[in-house]
Design a protein around this ligand. Structure first.
Ligand code: SF4
Length: 470
């Protein structure tokens, strides 16, 4: 058995070439990871591979793809990378020249997985390294500390040299470090995090920059969490403002949408600095965010306990709600009251509100007939609903009808697909959508009964869910 040591790709390549020239099969070579092994542990067994045999005097030739794959796999943290690469090299040259095309092969599969992990780690390093400035003998030097999963410093160093070619910088990691002096890269040993000092001034500049480029329309929280693992957060100055930016994001999205569509105002322009329910309710009474305020009597804001476990959201106030100034007090409200009782819920324990806070109607003589709010009105008004949701933070959110559901779950939401199901929205992990009582009242006698039973069943489900999670 020949014991061979490799710490990086170049060392492995030289050693592998020698082993191949000596015609050593994979099972005849014990690969030692130079990064892991204690010095001297294997010295007693280590010896140079035997000299090349007569018929093996040429260096092996391998596909270019293998060299690319090996460059990445060599950076994987597992010590198993060296024997895997040698096994692949041996099989490519002795058994199956097209081995890399056999995706189901165990060795090929494993190498591909490790290559992917290293590529991903290198990508993260390029994205998340943040330099801090220090002064060394009146010369600016920028230092970053990063903790990659794999040995990707050498892989990514050319990227930083290219990107920050005019700066003197060093990137320190627990395993390796690299410095750039404007001309050449210099690699060295790893360093602890304390070796990279903090620089508040540079960090605050970065935070300002990040806040200015942050585009709330593009936020995808799941992807952000996946791409920006928690362990990197303490190293990134911008993460200290991320919560604030995310909290303000829905409002900024609406603002951008309003401007893009040429609207001059929306509810956002009337939000108070304090976002508790009383402040919101008072401020909403003066909202002029869309034309609906003009013919209506008053703003109809939500009612209910500020810590309600269940929030019910309808479409908009009706004729009686508009006159009285409270939601769900007309015929639809009576039907909802009845359904709440049958579902075992108390109205006074539930927070009731609407997606749109002003009554939209068409006048027919003395009568005012309900008109469905259009998209502009719904979007304009959403800041009030989102503020109510942020203040109450319900455990279960019940949307009555399509308008409420699409306001909170997106325009592609289909009530018929989701009836009776609990699903997550950005506003509540446990959201339900069911029939609006006004729609039940408008239904034919045959259809109304079934819809009413569905409403009761969904409200009962909401109540049972709250009891279950408390
Ligand atoms: S409907 Fe909403 S956005 Fe429009 S004026 Fe009334 S409260 Fe403001």
């Amino acid at each position: 058995m020949h014991v061979v040591t490799a710490s990086d790709f170049e060392q492995w390549r030289n050693a592998a070439r020698q082993c191949m020239l000596s015609n050593l099969a994979p099972e005849d070579v014990l690969w030692r990871d130079g990064r892991e092994a204690c010095p001297g542990l294997f010295d007693a067994f280590e010896k140079e591979p035997a000299p090349p045999r007569a018929n093996q005097s040429h260096s092996p030739t391998v596909p270019r793809r293998f060299m690319e794959l090996a460059t990445y796999v060599a950076c994987h943290r597992t010590p198993g990378r060296w024997p895997l690469l040698y096994r692949l090299l041996w099989r490519l040259t002795h058994e199956t020249p097209h081995l890399l095309d056999i995706a189901a092969d165990d060795d090929v599969l494993l190498a591909a997985r490790w290559e992917k992990a290293v590529r991903r780690d290198a990508h993260k390093m390029k994205a998340f390294v943040r330099f801090r400035r220090i002064m060394e003998a009146d010369v600016e030097h920028y230092i970053a500390w990063h903790r990659p999963d794999h040995y990707v410093v050498r892989l990514t160093a050319p990227f930083f040299a290219d990107r920050f070619s005019s700066m003197n910088w060093s990137i320190l990691t627990p395993d390796d470090s690299v410095s750039w002096n404007g001309h050449a890269l210099m690699f060295g040993a790893g360093a602890p995090r304390s070796a990279a000092p903090a620089d508040d001034q540079l960090e605050s500049l970065w935070r300002t920059y990040y806040g200015s480029i942050f585009n709330p329309v593009r936020i995808k929280l799941k992807a952000m969490r996946r791409e920006m693992p928690r362990r990197f957060w303490p190293l990134l100055p911008e993460t200290t403002i991320l919560d604030d930016l995310l909290q303000a994001a829905p409002a900024r999205v609406q603002k951008m949408q309003s401007y893009a569509e040429g609207w001059e105002q929306s509810a956002i322009d009337f939000l108070p600095p304090q976002r508790d329910l009383n402040s919101l309710r008072a401020a909403s009474s003066g909202c002029r965010g869309c034309p609906l305020y003009a013919p209506a009597t008053q703003t109809v804001f939500g009612v209910g306990p500020p810590n309600a476990a269940i929030m019910i959201v309808g479409e908009q106030p009706g004729d009686e709600e508009d006159r009285i100034g409270a939601p769900f007090v007309g015929p639809a409200g009576q039907l909802l009251n009845q359904a709440l009782v049958e579902a075992g819920l108390k109205r006074e324990e539930v927070y009731l509100t609407n997606a749109v806070k002003h009554f939209k109607f068409e006048a027919r003589g003395k009568r005012r007939l309900h008109k469905k709010p259009n998209r502009r009105e719904v979007v304009s008004c959403r800041a009030w609903l989102e503020s109510e949701l942020a203040a109450v933070r319900p455990q279960v959110l019940v949307c009555l009808g399509v308008t409420a559901a699409q306001t909170l779950a997106g325009p592609m939401f289909r009530l018929s697909d989701q009836l009776g199901k609990i699903f997550a929205t950005d506003f509540c992990e446990h959201t339900l959508a069911t029939y609006h009582p006004a729609a039940i009242l408008r239904s034919s006698p045959e259809g109304a009964g079934a819809k009413q039973q569905q409403l009761i069943a969904d409200l009962r489900r909401a109540g049972a869910f709250v009891r279950k999670i408390n």
